[in-house]
Write a protein that binds this ligand. Sequence first.
Ligand code: FES
Length: 88
Amino acid sequence: MSTCNHPVAVALKAGKRYSWCRCGKSKTNPKCDGSHKGSGISPIRIVLEEDKTVYLCGCKQTGHAPYCDGSHQLFNGGGRDEYFEDNT
Ligand code: FES
């Protein structure tokens, strides 16, 4: 398992396809590195229409995948709302 307890800010380019790791095994979290193969889990694809910095979920507990919804704060005793507004 290679997750982290915080969101990861990533500058994405318009029109380029990115893959967010959903399985938690990637060594390049939050990006998929292919470690999911054979698990029955596949990454979530991201293609934006404009260049944008987004906060991708690093803990894999988000309810707003692939974006952070603040769920990592539950591990730290906080609430969910810290990053959600930045990802809409
Ligand atoms: S490595 Fe986790 S979904 Fe690809």
